[in-house]
Write a protein that binds this ligand. Structure first.
Ligand SMILES: O=P(O)(O)O[C@@H]1C[C@H](O)[C@@H](CO)O1
Ligand SMILES: Nc1nc2[nH]cnc2c(=O)[nH]1
Length: 202
């Protein structure tokens, strides 16, 4: 279970566990999800065929720590539409980090200097690479749906006194170590791609 003390969440295995736990306990298969803000739990109160799970009972699910966030997942129907409501959400100030971030691309082929890395950091970048952005830009331009998977292979030093030099050998070594895990992620995604609206898996 996640808490303020243990805020890290959302590894692939944890999400899988949470999903399987929920899927095995509810017949609802909502296409619409609503996240209720502070004091807005009422939004979920009038649903029919209601099924409620408390966040603390759901394996690997974060818990709400803010007043006005009830910490309940509510499945039910609004009109004839199956929906799920989160009565309570999570904020960065609670210590929760999102497993997503800003990917920034530089043209390379050199790695960033510490000064460049600091600049990217100040601009809001969480990760940096030398690819993906051009492909995604063109793919979006062509109207394609895009999923970008970036393997983070190394730390980028922001500190002149602790310069950890990156090199392509290290990048390749880590990629090799993680390739199998990535393959599983990709295979699972492709196997379920028909569930993603707009993706034709045939
Ligand atoms: O093709 P990717 O983005 O995996 O290649 C990275 C970026 C540089 O070409 C190189 C740095 O080690 O690997
Ligand atoms: N720009 C950039 N690309 C990378 N690709 C793999 N590691 C790195 C890195 O540290 N910086």
């Amino acid at each position: 279970m996640h808490s303020r003390e243990n805020p890290c969440c959302c590894s692939f295995d944890e999400c899988k566990l949470t999903t399987e736990w929920l899927l095995s306990r509810t017949r609802h298969r909502p296409k619409i999800a609503v996240v209720c803000g502070s004091g807005l739990s009422l939004l979920a109160e009038s649903v029919s065929n209601k099924q409620v799970f408390h966040y603390e009972d759901i394996p690997s699910f974060p818990v709400s720590t803010v007043p006005g966030h009830d910490g309940r997942l509510v499945f039910g129907y609004v009109k004839d539409k199956s929906c799920v409501f989160m009565q309570g959400r999570f904020h960065l100030y609670e210590g929760y980090s999102l497993c997503q971030g800003v990917y920034c691309m530089v043209s390379g082929p050199n790695f960033e200097t510490i000064a460049e890395a600091r600049m990217l950091h100040v601009l809001g970048s969480d990760s940096v690479g030398m690819s993906t952005v051009p492909e995604v830009t063109v793919a979006k331009h062509c109207g394609l749906h895009v999923l970008g998977l970036s393997l983070i292979t190394n730390k980028v030093s922001l500190d002149y006194s602790r310069e950890e030099k990156v090199n392509h050998e290290e990048v390749l070594q880590i990629s090799k170590m993680r390739a199998e895990m990535l393959q599983k992620v990709l295979t699972t995604f492709i196997a379920h791609s028909h569930q993603v609206e707009g993706i034709n898996s045939n």
